[in-house]
Design a protein around this ligand. Structure first.
Ligand code: HEM
Length: 495
């Protein structure tokens, strides 16, 4: 009898376990769908769920732009995502400045990047954020860090970027992917600037560094968490340490080990004469994990953003010879006066270039939209009611395409719209929240502009017309061809 009884209980156990698992899954599914309101029948939600926007638009941002343009308040609500999306300047100012404390980044966002960024500035709210913000603002406002940034950028351009482009110049059969080149370029720079480390990614003959590979993978896999049907999916995978979550953990471990090594070296050999951000932060922070978190946030913030602007800038310039000519004339004028651009201060004289960089970011913002989560029920200036816990998204990509904001020529690339009597004119930052705006505006904005403008001027500076006109022309045509090639890979043949 006994084995039969124990068999009965064993099979009962198994059945009961299966039943329990199914019930738990069902409850989660019900809760999940209840939160998402998948039954919403409105046209926007139906279009979203069936992905039928793809019939009319190339990408999701263009569909959102269409919806926002056609909304009387320039605000829409996607019920199934519980996401209020706005392109209304007053709303943007309200959430990023007036009621800043009611629109934090929120838990859903910080959970996704939590393992990678830890308690770093990019990923936290409240006092932890305030402390890092104050410390970082102080360090980044120093003249010494600005000249260090300039020095790092010049080194990367003179020693690596120009020789690389020269090596493919005139070679009709050799193509390099400029997007990839710009990603390597910006990673080398941000690593040296933040960590004092040179991963030499732009040295194409060297094997790519372990740190760069791990960083790339960790950014990619963390971002992929946001695309799973429910956070539960990646959380369960993380618990079981399987699939992408296992790879993510391994790459984060590699980054941590390397960061720890750098910190140990600095503690051992001294950091007071080092110019990078890590060494500067080491003077005020002793917690080593926290130090690592702060610096990794800077790496993430300053890498793809810059690479993305460089790609769209050169693509737009390649399509607008009149803008390219104006940039070269301005660069020659500044070089003519000062022989060569060698300082941060000189960059400020390049108003047309500054306008052209801003104009490319208006049309192709590296961060096309950015979300916050509403802490307590609120009403936006346009009358939209926002419930506690709702995601609220401002949309710089759509804002750059709205006629009421930028005029009937808003789809055209016109650097002149940023100039008043030849001098760069700063627009209302809430109309152009490409660097975010208000209280949490991007901390690396100045650094990014130095990087972008230095890289863009090298066309005019390195090969001044009077020295070698032919050389300059062929380098520009190399960049033009390479940019076309990169964008073709990116956009397909229909570009
Ligand atoms: C064109 C290049 C760049 C653009 C368009 C850009 C844009 C942005 C945006 C939109 C945010 C807000 C993100 C959010 O809160 O969700 C941000 C934050 C931030 N950016 Fe940038 N960024 C650029 C380059 C850089 C660079 C080069 C650095 C580093 C030197 C940097 C450092 C940061 C940091 C530390 C934050 C967090 C600020 C905070 O939370 O208080 N950014 N950036």
């Amino acid at each position: 009898m006994e084995p039969a009884i124990s068999g009965f209980f064993r099979s009962f156990d198994q059945e009961f376990c299966c039943f329990l698992i199914i019930m738990v899954l069902l409850i989660f599914l019900i809760l999940y769908f209840a939160r998402l309101r998948v039954w919403c029948n409105c046209e926007i939600c139906q279009t979203y769920m069936k992905s039928s926007w793809k019939n009319q638009f190339d990408n999701l941002c263009d569909w959102y732009t269409y919806l926002l343009k056609n909304s009387p308040t320039q605000t829409i609500h996607i019920h199934v995502l519980d996401n209020t999306v706005t392109a209304n300047t007053d709303n943007v100012e309200y959430m990023l400045k007036t009621r800043f404390d009611n629109f934090p980044k929120g838990k859903p966002f910080s959970e996704i990047l939590g393992d990678f960024l830890g308690r770093g500035i990019f990923n936290v709210d409240g006092d932890l954020w305030r402390f890092q913000r104050k410390m970082s603002s102080l360090e980044l406002s120093r003249t010494s860090i600005r000249s260090y940034a300039f020095e790092v950028v010049r080194h990367e351009i003179d020693r690596r970027l120009i020789p690389l482009l020269e090596s493919v110049q005139g070679e009709e059969d050799i193509f390099i992917d400029l997007q990839d080149v710009f990603r390597r370029f910006s990673f080398d720079i941000i690593c040296r600037f933040s960590f004092g480390l040179d991963p030499k990614c732009l040295e194409l003959s060297l094997p790519i560094s372990k740190f760069a590979v791990s960083f790339d993978l960790a950014s990619k896999l963390s971002a992929e968490r946001a695309m799973t049907v429910s956070p539960l999916v990646w959380k369960i995978r993380r618990l079981l340490n399987i699939g992408n979550e296992k790879k993510l953990r391994q790459s984060i471990d590699t980054i941590n080990k390397l960061a720890q090594e750098v910190i140990n070296q600095r503690r051992k050999f001294g950091f007071s004469d080092q110019k990078d951000l890590l060494s500067r932060f080491m003077a005020s922070v002793s917690d080593e994990t926290f130090l690592r978190d702060i610096v990794v946030s800077f790496l993430l913030a300053g890498r793809d953003t810059v690479a993305s602007v460089l790609t769209s800038f050169f693509w737009l310039i390649a399509n607008h010879p009149e803008a390219e000519a104006a940039i070269l004339v301005e660069a020659d004028r500044v070089i003519g006066q000062n022989k060569e651009i060698r300082s941060y201060e000189q960059m400020k004289e390049l108003h047309y270039l500054h306008a052209a960089v801003y104009e490319s970011m208006r049309l192709y913002p590296p961060i096309q939209f950015d979300s916050k989560f509403c802490l307590n029920d609120d009403v936006l200036p346009d009358g939209t009611t926002v419930k506690k816990g709702t995601r609220v998204t401002y949309h710089p990509y759509a804002m750059g395409r709205i006629e009421e904001l930028w005029g009937t020529d808003c789809l055209q690339f016109k650097p002149e719209r940023w100039l008043r009597d030849g001098i760069f004119f700063q627009e209302n930052p809430f109309k152009f929240p490409v660097f975010q705006a208000g209280i949490r505006v991007c901390l690396g904005k100045e650094m990014a502009l130095v990087e972008l403008k230095t890289c863009c001027t090298f066309i005019g500076e390195t090969f001044p017309a009077e020295r070698d006109g032919k050389h300059k022309a062929s380098l520009i045509s190399t960049i033009r061809t390479q940019t076309y090639y990169s964008m073709q890979m990116y956009l397909g043949d229909d570009m």
